[in-house]
Design a protein around this ligand. Sequence first.
Ligand SMILES: Cc1cc2nc3c(=O)[nH]c(=O)nc-3n(C[C@H](O)[C@H](O)[C@H](O)COP(=O)(O)OP(=O)(O)OC[C@H]3O[C@@H](n4cnc5c(N)ncnc54)[C@H](O)[C@@H]3O)c2cc1C
Length: 344
Amino acid sequence: MAASICVVGGGVVGMMSAVNIAESLPSADVTVLADAFTPDTTSDVAAGFCFPHCLGDTPGHLVRVCSRWFGETVDHLLSVYKSPAAADAGVSMLTGYLMSATTDTLNVAGRERTFGLRPMSAAELRVCGKTGGSGITFTTLLAEGGRLLPWLMDTFKATGGQLVRRKIMSLSELYDEFDVLVNCTGIGANQLVRDETVQPVRGQLIMVSRHRHRHRHRHRHRQRHRHASQTAINHVTLGGTEQEGNWNLSPVETDRERIWEGCVRLVPSLKGARVIADRVGLRPCRPTVRLERETGVQQGTTTPQIVHNYGHGGAGVSLSWGCALDTVQLVKDCVHDISCWRQT
Ligand SMILES: Cc1cc2nc3c(=O)[nH]c(=O)nc-3n(C[C@H](O)[C@H](O)[C@H](O)COP(=O)(O)OP(=O)(O)OC[C@H]3O[C@@H](n4cnc5c(N)ncnc54)[C@H](O)[C@@H]3O)c2cc1C
């Protein structure tokens, strides 16, 4: 009997996992269940700039794991970038200028997976409006959620996968329907599995029409305010906020004014840009990513098989494919155990 697998969550972490599971276990029935799909997920708000950051208190040995996930994601996105699907998938390359940063700002192994990382020259700092201080520049992959997610959904559907829009209050609602559950609910895990270590770090952004700006510019202020402007294929993203513990999904006018003023100071030619949308997303921050198998408590004749993959903070795009590869291995272990039980 084919195993039935349900990925709960239709953001970048859930869709990358679902595509990977469907391609690695072609005989399984795979469903993605979520109360929101693109364009209404946190992943749609993500700037999609690939480098590992905002990973909480990830301890030393896990930093190496995060670096592997990052490297695997970079390799995968590079293969998409070099394929005819790149434009549809929203995958491109972007050069970033990060003011007030040093090369030590980037996680050591992650650093090796960027292209051309070096300190900014005095001339580059002047062009970015700085008369002193430091900065770094490097090129990396950009994966825009608003394009990546529809492409992943099409890729998933082409494997025969099902998409179901539904909100659940507990994973136990699905125990009778599926053999294996994969929990990719991002910030939703706070309520769904009562994991209070997942907390929001609120990010507000302004999207403006594409103009001559072609890079990512970022400046971090002493007060932890960070302004960044970044080009995507059809728009420029202006950011942003990093407000810990803030669950507000509505744009706040004072945040908007501060973002606008900060970004125009950084790139004055943005002043005339046309605003397309104000967006807010809640980064699912956790001391570490939760990627593990849990064998739930037996319910009648069923022992629920659950794989958790959530809590990627501000790096969900950057880690998504690497985490999906580990998720598939755990799902395969579940399917193997289930088939052994069925034979006994
Ligand atoms: C402003 C901003 C900028 C960012 N920039 C970057 C960046 O440059 N690079 C980067 O790598 N990352 C970036 N991030 C982080 C990135 O967006 C997140 O890490 C990533 O989106 C998390 O993906 P996810 O799939 O886990 O969560 P989500 O995208 O939130 O998806 C969760 C899914 O679970 C579903 N769900 C939740 N609870 C339930 C429930 N009870 N029942 C049914 N369905 C449920 C939701 O409907 C949704 O489909 C940024 C985030 C923000 C806010």
